[in-house]
Structures are given as structure tokens and as C-alpha cells.
Design a binder for this molecule. Structure first.
Ligand SMILES: Cc1cc2nc3c(=O)[nH]c(=O)nc-3n(C[C@H](O)[C@H](O)[C@H](O)COP(=O)(O)OP(=O)(O)OC[C@H]3O[C@@H](n4cnc5c(N)ncnc54)[C@H](O)[C@@H]3O)c2cc1C
Length: 403
């Protein structure tokens, strides 16, 4: 809900995600549903979207391309013969059905299909399997953003987050992401308000005036790949909203008269399973800015960790800018299964590496790349793993993709 599109540009403001994701943005633009890419010293350039326009444009693009769509449907299990998937069991109001296919792509975020097929995975962080905190986004209307930005510009020390220069962030951009004002949260804590879920204020402006999306709910320690875990996350998230709203109203200039108008359809999950593939994207790959000849997507968004434990988030460095890096094809090829590909935040990468590669622009680039690979494997009647990577790279370039 209202999350800005990130990952399309690297730290030097070069565009690294192109092709179909660009077409998606062009279509949004035609309906006035997206801003220009806004330069940001912290997050690299990002674009602000109208979530309702996004829903429509996604649907139109699927229809234009003759995709068979099934909404309200969950992929529940797989049918396998040896190390090949022969079908996926889906469930919806019609009951249980089997969808057969030659090549399958798991874009479930959690790697559900890979997991059901017996692909090994690591849950969250390698050392203790904790996952990044989850967040239910919510919207506040009637916010006086000008009052807040003027306060910050007049008192830069108030901004209190060293990674970002408030003057650059606000002077030129009415649309912005604000991450900071830690001292205001500290003040609320000193006044006895306990259990504030995050140590900073974080909001994203809307395309409409005077409304913001709040990214401050934090729920940790629950397994979002289970029914029980997800339910608990969702309910805990919802109960944090009123406290956060109260803190904003009391301690942040401009929020005094804000009104809570909407929460997202469900809590956003930052991290669950990292499937194990032929290659594991590592923090070293990312920090060195390695672009290997087998790369099929280029990432460049900073390493951005919302720690699972509140204590850690107060003590550790959780944000680091990096250069552009390549994501090798092997990260999309799950071990043990021949005809399965994965794309999105569950690809084969470590906790720290995926803290960069998890953003939407990068995930869209992955979808495009893996779609090309699946189509090529079917056309050539071979396994995805047997494809020459250069052929996939060529196919991505033919779609206008950047590699
Ligand atoms: C709170 C929060 C804030 C974020 N902020 C930003 C931001 O500002 N900018 C940015 O670019 N990124 C942001 N991200 C990261 C980004 O949104 C996600 O990491 C990214 O969308 C992941 O893409 P994905 O395709 O892997 O998964 P998703 O986008 O989650 O898509 C997975 C889809 O699969 C469906 N699904 C799941 N399981 C099944 C199943 N078994 N069968 C059928 N369907 C299934 C889900 O319903 C969903 O539609 C944020 C994430 C969170 C949680």
C-alpha cells in the first residue's frame, strides 16, 4: 500500500531495471498513477505510486498479454515424479484442482512451491533463523507536511539520522520518504510511552496532498509461513497502529490533526525462506559490486535491514549504500528440482544480501529474467538449468531489459 518503487536505479543514479518493468511504469504514468523518479541520497531514486492505479494497470497488462488469471487461488501442493514437478495443486472456491506444466515458477515470496517440492532453504538469518520484522502499512490523512518539513529545515539537528541530508531531501521534493526524527521518538519514551515498535519515524508522501503512508509497525519473532504465525502477525500489527498514531500526533509537528483512514490489505512480510539454489548471493558479492557473466538481473538498492529484535535495531547498523551488483542465474535455480525456477524475495541469497535484493524494482527484474528463461526452456525442450546463460541475457535485452 503506497510503497515507493525502489531498486530501479543504482547509487550513481544509473537505471538498472528496464524492459517490462519500465512498460509497467509508462502505463501507470499514462493514468497519472506514478510520480517521476525522485532523487534520494538515502534510497537512490524512487517513484511514488497510487496503489489503486497499480491494481488496474497490473490487471490490464495481464489481459493485454492473454495471461490466464485465477484470483483468490492458492498454490497448495505439488505433484512430483522423481526430481520433476508434474503439476501444482491449487485451491479456490471451486475446490482443489491440478495445473500441469513443463516449467514452474515460484513467485510466492515465501518459496511455498519450492518448499513443498523438497527444495532445501534457510529461514531468515543464517545464525538464528530470525527474520526481518513485518509491517502493516497504514495511511494518515490531513497531515500538514509543510509544517513538518519547515521544522526540519530550520532545525536540521532534529532530523537525527546521519545517513541522510534533510536539506537535499526536502528542499527540492514535495514528494519524499522521511526516515528519521529519532530524538522525537526518544522523547516519547522518556515521557513514559513504552513499546513504540520502531526507533524512528518513517513515512512516504502520497500523490494526493496532505496524506502519508506510515511504515512504522514492526512485528517480530513469528513465522510468516504458517497459518498461526501469519494470523498473530496480522493481529499484533493492527493493535500497534493506535499507539504509533498517538505518538505521531503528540510529538511530530504537522500530525496534530491527522486522521487514520486506511490500512493495507494485509501485513507486509519482509523475509521468510531463502531457498538454496545453484548459487547463493552473498554479502561479499554485493559489497564488491560483482557483476558476473552469469548475471541476469542487476541490483543496487542499499542493504536495508529491519531487525527482528527491538534491542538489535537500536544497537546495530541496519542500512548501507552499495554499488550495483549482478544476480547470477544460479540464484533462481532451486536445488533438487529440475523444472522449477524462483523469483522474488525468496531466491537463493543470504539474509544480508537479500536485504538489498528484496525491493520491488529488483523483484520485477527477476520476474522478467526468469520468465525469459522458462520460455526458452520450453521452446528448446530442455531443463532451465541446461540453458546457456548468454541466451537468457539476449532474451532479456530483446525485451528491453538491462543486463
Ligand atoms: C513493509 C514493507 C515495506 C517495504 N517497502 C518497500 C519499498 O518502499 N519499496 C520497495 O521497492 N520495496 C519495499 N519492500 C519490499 C518489497 O515490497 C517486497 O520484498 C517485494 O514486493 C517482494 O516481491 P515478491 O514478488 O517476492 O513477493 P510479493 O510481492 O509478496 O508477491 C507474492 C505474491 O504471491 C502470493 N502468494 C503467496 N503465497 C502463495 C501461494 N502459496 N499460492 C498462491 N499465491 C501465493 C501473494 O499473495 C503475493 O501476491 C517492502 C516490504 C515490506 C514488507
Amino acid at each position: 500500500m503506497g510503497l515507493p518503487l525502489q531498486g530501479f536505479y543504482d547509487v550513481d543514479f544509473n537505471k538498472i531495471i528496464k524492459g517490462l518493468p519500465e512498460k509497467f511504469i509508462d502505463n501507470l504514468n499514462q493514468l497519472g498513477g506514478v510520480s517521476e523518479f525522485i532523487k534520494c541520497e538515502m534510497h537512490n531514486p524512487f517513484a511514488i505510486i497510487n496503489p489503486e492505479t497499480v491494481k488496474l494497470v497490473c490487471q490490464e497488462m495481464l489481459l493485454e498479454n492473454n495471461v490466464d488469471v485465477l484470483l483468490h487461488t492458492i498454490a497448495a501442493d505439488v505433484q512430483k515424479t522423481d526430481d520433476r514437478i508434474t503439476g501444482v495443486f491449487i485451491e479456490n472456491k471451486s475446490g482443489r484442482q491440478l495445473v500441469e506444466g513443463k516449467v514452474f515458477i515460484d513467485c510466492s515470496g515465501d518459496g511455498d512451491i519450492a518448499c513443498r517440492s523438497g527444495v532445501p532453504f534457510v529461514m531468515g538469518r543464517e545464525s538464528d533463523h530470525n527474520t526481518q520484522a513485518s509491517t502493516l502499512m497504514f495511511r494518515l490523512d490531513n497531515v500538514n507536511i509543510q509544517k513538518l518539513t519547515e521544522m526540519v529545515l530550520e532545525n536540521p539537528n532534529e532530523y537525527d539520522l546521519p545517513e541522510i541530508l534533510p536539506r537535499i531531501q526536502f528542499t527540492y521534493n514535495k514528494l519524499h520518504i522521511l526516515v528519521g526524527l529519532k530524538n522525537r521518538i526518544r522523547k516519547a519514551q522518556e515521557d513514559g510511552i513504552n513499546n513504540i515498535p520502531w526507533d524512528r519515524v518513517c513515512y512516504i508522501t502520497c500523490l494526493d496532498n496532505n496524506a502519508v503512508y506510515i511504515n512504522m509497525v514492526h512485528v517480530d519473532g513469528k513465522d510468516a509461513t504458517t497459518g498461526d504465525g501469519l494470523t498473530e502477525i496480522e493481529m499484533k500489527s493492527r493493535s500497534q497502529i493506535s499507539l504509533i498514531h498517538k505518538v505521531l500526533k503528540t510529538y511530530i509537528p504537522g500530525f496534530e490533526h491527522s486522521i487514520f483512514t486506511q490500512s493495507a490489505a494485509w501485513t507486509g512480510i519482509r523475509e521468510t525462506r531463502h531457498i538454496l539454489g545453484d548459487y547463493i548471493l552473498s554479502i561479499e558479492d554485493i559489497e564488491e559490486g560483482k557483476i558476473q557473466a552469469t548475471s541476469i538481473v542487476v541490483g543496487g538498492y542499499p542493504i536495508d535491514i529491519h531487525y527482528a529484535s527491538q534491542k538489535e535495531q537500536y544497537e546495530k547498523l541496519d542500512f548501507k549504500k552499495i554499488k550495483a551488483y549482478g544476480i547470477p542465474y544460479g540464484c533462481f535455480l532451486p536445488r533438487n528440482i529440475k523444472n522449477l525456477l524462483v523469483a522474488g524475495r525468496c531466491i537463493s541469497g543470504t539474509h544480508q544480501a537479500m536485504a538489498s535484493a528484496r525491493v520491488m524494482g529488483t523483484c520485477m527484474g527477476m520476474g522478467q529474467a526468469v520468465g525469459v528463461a522458462a520460455a526458452l526452456a520450453i521452446a528448446k525442450n530442455c531443463e532451465p538449468r541446461e540453458l546457456e546463460v548468454e541466451l537468457i541475457r539476449q532474451g532479456i535485452r530483446e525485451l528491453g531489459g538491462y543486463i
